[in-house]
Design a protein around this ligand. Structure first.
Ligand code: C5P
Length: 203
């Protein structure tokens, strides 16, 4: 059988992470949330004062286990080091190897379809309105017991979107051959069903 690589990109809280997890489970493929790599580099560099590129060069899967990496603070640190070409270059090999193993893989991030897996047979670009994304993010944070307010979530998201879209190195962008999935009006089940129907249509 053919290898199946599913490349998923999109902004934060677009639903891409949940979708990636569900597609990976469905197809029995390993899943890599590449945002965790940048979060870990940014967070470790901020804690230790080490140059981010050096942290990226020695990063291992064990470094991704820190629960604090899911925080907005780590997300901001991640997006700051993600503008550095050397950091991106030092994380490239790990991601390429992950995507080349066994019968395939599901990767989600910002540059999977454009840089990491340009030849992936399935590319999804998942978006949602800033309002819908902020509401989701807010509910997720509140669910984890984080005390915040919606305007703050919206402002921080806008700041991170801007940095991710305007940077020179691998900016957040849909690959020309990516399928656009707007999840503003969809829950996780509907997004999964839509993506699965698309993949089956292709196959
Ligand atoms: O997806 P997540 O919010 O965890 O990503 C954290 C940050 O890592 C993003 O804001 C982005 O700047 C960066 N990132 C990236 N390329 C990826 C994945 C994430 O630049 N493939």
């Amino acid at each position: 059988t053919q290898r199946l690589v599913i490349a998923i990109d999109g902004p934060s809280a677009s639903g891409k992470g949940t979708l990636a997890k569900r597609l990976a489970a469905h197809f029995g493929l390993p899943h890599l949330d590449t945002g965790m790599l940048y979060r870990a580099v940014g967070w470790i560099a901020a804690q230790t004062g080490e140059p981010p590129a050096k942290v990226a060069a020695r990063l291992t899967l064990a470094d991704l286990a820190d629960p604090h990496l899911r925080s907005d603070e780590a997300g901001q640190e991640g997006s700051k080091v993600a503008v550095m070409p050397e950091v991106r270059a030092n994380l490239l090999k790990f991601q390429k190897e992950f995507s080349s193993q066994g019968s395939g893989a599901v990767l989600d991030g910002r540059d999977i379809g454009t840089v990491i897996c340009p030849d992936a047979p399935v590319k999804l670009f998942v978006t949602a309105s800033p309002e819908a994304r902020a509401v989701r993010r807010y509910q997720e944070l509140r669910g984890r017991g984080v005390d915040t307010i919606k305007p703050r979530v919206l402002a921080e998201m806008a700041e991170r979107d801007r940095r991710d879209s305007e940077r020179a190195a691998a900016p957040l962008r849909a690959a020309p051959d990516a399928w656009l999935l707007d999840t503003s009006e969809m829950d996780a089940d509907a997004a999964f069903a839509a993506a699965l129907a698309f993949i089956e249509r292709k196959g």
